[in-house]
Design a protein around this ligand. Structure first.
Ligand code: AMP
Length: 116
């Protein structure tokens, strides 16, 4: 069940500011407030979905492909294709998800350590 009061929903409604990197019809990308790497960007679709599975199951195909194309566009904009990056999405309790609106983390700008 999607919580309309989660922090990313508030950012999408402009109730809370964010440090925006890129926005289009279907997605918003902004800087993580507690960066875990020199470059740490969050990418969220504008549709209300809790996690990856919810996004894929509930969102129309055009918006899904648009979100992934935007993710690639942001990676291009950040100029990190050559040096490398990590994209991850946490889901649920075991995945360590804190904010229940589906998002990707883009981590880059330095060597990203092991997953644990
Ligand atoms: P996750 O643990 O995958 O749900 O990640 C949630 C991320 O959201 C964390 O890296 C937080 O630092 C980040 N975060 C929480 N609140 C904000 C905010 N207001 N603006 C930007 N990033 C945020």
């Amino acid at each position: 069940m999607y919580d309309n009061n989660n922090i990313f929903a508030k950012i999408l409604r402009n109730e809370i500011p964010c440090n925006k990197v890129y926005e289009d019809e279907h997605s918003l990308f902004f800087k993580d407030i507690k960066p875990q790497a020199k470059i740490h960007i969050l990418g969220i679709p504008k549709s209300p979905c809790v996690d990856f599975a919810d996004f894929i199951n509930k969102t129309d195909k055009k918006a899904i492909s648009s979100f992934f194309e935007s993710l690639e566009k942001v990676i291009e904009m950040l100029n990190i294709k050559e040096t490398g990056y990590r994209i991850i999405s946490n889901s649920g309790e075991n995945g360590g998800q804190e904010v229940p609106h589906f998002h990707f983390h883009i981590l880059a700008g330095e060597k990203i350590g092991s997953l644990r």
